[in-house]
Design a protein around this ligand. Structure first.
Ligand code: SF4
Ligand code: SF4
Length: 423
């Protein structure tokens, strides 16, 4: 789809501002906002509705590219909260429009230097974290796990760029492998040959990268006979499970987030969580696992514009509304750990507040990323939890840094770290 394909949506946006708040059924007056962008900047352009206005002006040639337009487009985590809020009783695609607007900027050579650097790193070293390729795979040293480069395995574990290169987070990836090894899973890793999923680049507007990495990753998994792909990273899960399907490059295997996979191992009695972990825990839904993790629903058909604004679709299109994201398995897994008591934050599941790190914001607008994470840490602290658990290394890193900056005594764990303690 091109940006112009959303012109009817641009005109049908009623400027109602539903995309800024949780719906009345879930509203808590103290935590009503769901959009970090408008929350931080307080000006309509920094919202999905505002970006519909900007996009309409752009496609109607009333405004041109400018640094201000670029900032409005990129000071947004693409967390998707606006999208589910808008779609709760409408058929508009604000998130898809924003993705296409970014892709247009890249196509027209209007980019942010901070993100260009990441793409250069991707081209040079197949990762989005500015690290040399040869350091990839070191996280698994000494684990004795199969290498997909030389051996076949039923299950592939994909660590992703963040976990692979951040030594302080290696325990999450190592823990995942150890849990699977204990359960007797035939698991392998690509190690030094692992590739970026391409998902973050796609969201930054560099859409070609997703095509390329979908193709290259498919070859790696096919050659090793992989039937199930497990990852700890919500962004990688979203790319493999949702984005590859969206661009017609669906992998011929099952994609499962590690929290879901390990929850199933526990349900099947393959691992025993017997050791007490006495903690009151609140769970942060990663956007890309939760509402954005909902399976892609392909649609092909005819769109007819009626009276300029009405769109008739034949056959009718089923919209993704955030209902079928991966919300339950991480919570079930936490509940299986003896001693863990789960307490929920006010904004959860489809209306969870973002951690701040998505959409290139961590790299291009670090102050917005830090403010967004800080809001989440405050919300978590309001539950009086002893710890915050999540299921994505990007969320864990941003939230942990924020808790430290705010001097909050709130340790942040990946759910797998808690599982490991209970084994
Ligand atoms: S994007 Fe949707 S929710 Fe936001 S103002 Fe427009 S119609 Fe309303
Ligand atoms: S994607 Fe998230 S940050 Fe961006 S406009 Fe929507 S709710 Fe706001």
């Amino acid at each position: 789809m091109a940006l112009e394909d959303y012109e009817a949506d641009m005109t049908r946006c009623s400027r109602c501002s539903d995309c800024k708040f949780a719906p009345a059924s879930q509203l808590d007056e103290n935590r009503a906002e769901i959009c970090p962008s408008i929350g931080r900047y307080g000006f309509h352009s920094y919202s999905a509705g505002g970006r519909f206005v900007a996009a309409l002006s752009f496609v109607s040639k009333r405004v041109e590219h400018s640094p201000e337009l670029l900032e409005v487009l990129y000071a947004c985590q693409l967390c998707g909260a606006c999208d589910v809020a808008c779609k709760k009783d409408r058929e508009l695609e604000p998130l898809e429009m924003m993705l296409e607007f970014r892709a247009r900027c890249v196509k027209d050579g209007k980019t942010l230097a901070a993100l260009d650097r990441l793409i250069e790193s991707l081209r040079r070293s197949d990762n989005m974290v500015l690290r040399p390729r040869e350091e990839r795979g070191r996280w698994a040293d000494g684990l004795g796990v199969k290498s997909l480069a030389t051996e076949r395995a039923q299950v592939a574990y994909h660590a992703g760029c963040r976990l692979s290169f951040d030594e302080t987070q290696w325990g999450i990836a190592r823990g995942a492998i150890e849990v699977m090894q204990q359960a007797g899973v035939d698991v392998g890793i690509a190690g030094a040959d692992e590739l970026c999923c391409g998902g973050r680049a796609y969201e930054m507007g560099y859409q070609d990268a997703l095509d390329e990495y979908a193709e290259r990753n498919r070859k790696v998994f096919e050659a090793a006979g992989v039937k199930t792909l497990v990852t700890s990273c919500a962004h990688c899960f979203h790319a493999f499970e949702v984005l590859y399907r969206k661009i017609g490059k669906e992998l011929d295997l099952e994609v499962v987030h590690v929290a879901d996979y390990v929850n199933q191992l526990a349900a099947d009695g393959k691992i025993a969580l017997t050791r007490e972990v006495p903690l009151r825990v609140t769970y942060h839904d990663p956007c890309h696992l939760g509402r954005l993790g909902e399976p892609w629903i392909p649609w092909e058909g005819e769109e007819k514009k009626v009276l300029q604004q009405l769109v008739l679709r034949d056959p009718p299109k089923t919209f993704r509304r955030g209902t079928h994201g991966v919300y339950r398995p991480p919570r079930e897994l936490l509940a299986r750990i003896p001693g863990v008591e789960l307490v929920e934050m006010k904004r959860k599941e489809a209306y969870a507040w973002c951690c701040g790190s998505g959409g290139g914001v961590r790299e291009a607008f670090p102050e917005l990323a830090a403010w967004t994470a800080g809001e989440r840490i405050d919300e978590a602290a309001e539950t009086e939890a002893d710890a915050l658990a999540t299921a994505c290394p990007w969320c864990a890193r941003g939230l942990e840094q924020s808790a430290k900056a705010k001097q909050k005594d709130l340790p942040v764990y990946d759910v797998i770290e808690l599982v490991r303690r209970a084994l």
